[in-house]
Write a protein that binds this ligand. Structure first.
Ligand code: HEC
Length: 147
């Protein structure tokens, strides 16, 4: 893919200008921002809108083997995601910096065609909202920085 820098800069400026509206689209996680720290805190470690266990209820090495071989504990989550092959679908990569569509994490959360296993979270709906996924996508699109 050829990256057109001015278009990206313009899109980012627009997105930043709308920052005060992010809380509206983020739904159940009003503080969610397109940073890794926020995604860790507001998605991976926060009970969902139905009050069920968060992602790290299953994706943890604390007292168990992490589900799907994916450990989202605070200190290792970033390394577990970036440029690392999926366990369930080894041809897929969990997070491809700059390419949300190719990122298996996004595919699993959207229930995309071709995923192995279930759409996440494992227990079924409610899934992440479109707004939450949009913010996650944005973080990946800008290069999935460790911020
Ligand atoms: C109740 C337990 C449970 C919860 C909660 C859960 N998962 Fe999972 N997850 C699993 C299991 C089991 C698998 C492996 C089987 C499958 O893929 O369906 C898995 C697989 C995955 C995979 C694929 C890993 C790979 O390498 O193939 C991703 C990505 C993922 N989960 C992300 C998440 C995210 C993000 C959340 C929170 C929004 C979440 N999961 C919540 C149990 C859970």
């Amino acid at each position: 893919m050829r990256i057109h820098i001015p278009v990206i800069v313009a899109a980012l400026a627009l997105f930043t200008a709308c920052d005060e509206n992010l809380s509206k689209i983020a739904g159940p996680s009003p503080n969610l921002e397109p940073t890794f720290a926020s995604i860790q805190r507001d998605i991976f470690e926060t009970a969902d809108s139905a009050g069920r266990v968060s992602c790290i209820g299953c994706h943890t090495s604390t007292g168990r083997n992490p589900s799907g071989g994916l450990n989202l504990n605070h200190d290792v989550a970033y390394e577990q995601l970036i440029n690392l092959a999926s366990r369930g679908k080894p041809s897929a990569v969990r997070v491809v910096p700059g390419d949300p569509d190719a990122s298996y994490l996004v595919q699993k959360l959207e229930g995309a065609a071709g995923i192995a296993g279930r759409r996440m979270p494992f227990g079924g709906a409610p899934f992440l909202t479109d707004g939450q996924i949009l913010i996650l996508r944005r973080w990946i699109a800008i290069g999935a920085p460790r911020n």
